[in-house]
Ligand binder design. Structure first.
Ligand code: APR
Ligand code: PHB
Length: 392
């Protein structure tokens, strides 16, 4: 057994783990990042793509925004389409803030390059990761890497290992309260070599179900269709996907541009939160602690918000010896988590075709959609949640 020592052991090299590693390095705090997948795998996973201003600001502060500043696309609004009409929601006009379209995959690539250039430890393809002695002053992570067994002694462990990681399940039974909601549908997502057909994202409510038009760059579009929770991708040849996208986004005088589909996948939708986001010296961040359905584009932004708070709390603790921010971490994070959980649930239930096709539900959805597209107060409520609330 090879014995190692660090200040903060970070499990998971997604946006949460890598951003935390960067934050700590800039403050002179040592960390080791452990990732069970290969570098190639994490750099090619297609994930989220909408950044709140706060997320953009943090990436800038951390000196990893060069490509994002050059290639990211700023959007000042979104469209909501229902009952055959497309309505513009001018988010910047309503809130003073915008969103930036820039892929999570690209953020991860830049953070990896930065960490390796700094010579900071980041190990890919680690196996058998396990966390121990969480309630002690010296929690440990054991793992195997390149055939050797290692033990990493830490002051603190950051569980940034996503929704299927090992950190959350290592917390003893009875400690966590879990809150969840399953939705009886999923999203079929495609990445296509086609210029975006709209200048801003289009969220559509139709009798056939929800669709979303998004993008990754001026030549790559990203689109989604509501499907069953465990839909068989085999039932969706490219022609069927395009036909369904055409049907659900159709508008007179406007055309949806098609192109070769480069990637497709189905994701079931759910909401999930555990409380507290801490046990002893294990701190959970990002998807390890909470999942939102993607309709509000909040998952990535929440993960980044968590690690910003965790980073600040660790900097304070190492700097002044005060554990005040660390002790407040879970409660502070959860305020924003629950705001985003509500917003994501609300957007999801407003826009998707609901099980049973209850006509009462449908009337409520359409009334809500009309309200957010005609009342400035209601539109502002949607917009301020979408661009990211301040002071939550
Ligand atoms: N050991 C080491 N690493 C692990 C383990 C493990 N046992 N289990 C999972 N991981 C890694 C995953 O391979 C992944 O790279 O942890 C990382 C977790 O990253 P993400 O799933 O991207 O989660 P997070 O960093 O919290 O970012 C949340 O990701 O799923 C999207 O919509 C979500 O955009 C949000 C963002
Ligand atoms: C995306 O571009 O992947 C995307 C955009 C908006 C969402 C969800 C996903 O609400």
């Amino acid at each position: 057994m090879n014995r190692l020592r660090t200040q903060v052991g970070i499990v998971g090299a997604g946006p949460a783990g890598l951003t935390l590693g960067r934050l700590l390095h800039r403050a002179g705090i040592e960390a080791v990042v452990l990732e069970n997948r290969s570098r190639d795998y994490v750099e090619h996973r297609i994930r989220a793509g909408v950044l709140e201003q706060g997320t953009v600001d943090l990436l800038r502060e951390l000196g990893v925004s060069k490509r994002m500043d050059r290639e990211g696309i700023v959007h000042d609004g979104i469209y909501l389409q229902f009952a055959g009409k497309r309505h513009h929601l001018p988010m910047r006009e309503l809130t003073g803030r915008s969103i930036t379209i820039w892929g999570q995959t690209e953020i991860v690539k830049d953070l990896i390059v930065a960490r390796l250039a700094d010579g900071e430890p980041l190990l890919f393809e680690v196996d058998e990761v396990a966390v121990h002695d969480l309630e002690s002053e010296r929690p440990r992570i054991t793992f195997r890497h390149e055939g050797e067994a290692h033990e990493l002694a830490c002051d603190v462990i950051a569980g940034c290992d996503g929704s299927h990681g090992v950190c959350r399940p290592a917390i003893p039974a009875g400690v966590l309260s879990e809150y969840s909601r399953e939705y009886p549908f999923g999203w079929l997502g495609i990445l296509a070599e086609a210029p975006p057909s709209s200048d801003e994202l289009v969220y559509t409510h139709t009798p056939d179900g929800f669709a979303l038009l998004s993008l990754r760059s001026p030549s790559l579009s990203r689109s989604y269709l509501q499907v069953d929770h465990d839909e068989d991708l085999g039932a969706w040849p490219d022609e069927r996907i395009w036909a369904e996208l055409q049907r659900r986004t159709a508008l007179e005088g406007w055309t949806l541009v098609e192109g070769p589909i480069l990637e497709k996948g189905v994701t079931g939708m759910r909401s999930h939160v555990v409380e507290p986001m801490r046990h002893g010296n294990l701190f959970l961040a990002g998807d390890a602690a909470h999942i939102v359905p993607p309709t509000g584009a909040k998952g990535l932004n929440l993960a980044i918000h968590d690690v910003r708070l965790l980073g600040e709390a660790l900097v304070e603790w190492y700097g002044s010896g005060s554990r005040a921010l660390l002790d407040a971490y879970s409660e502070t994070c959860l305020r924003r988590v629950w705001r985003c959980e509500h917003f994501s649930w609300w957007m999801t239930t407003m826009l998707h075709r609901l099980p049973g096709d209850d006509p009462f539900d449908l009337k409520l959805q359409l009334s809500q959609l009309r309200h957010v597209t005609t009342s400035e107060a209601a539109a502002t409520m949607l917009a301020e949640n979408y661009v990211g609330l301040e002071n939550v």
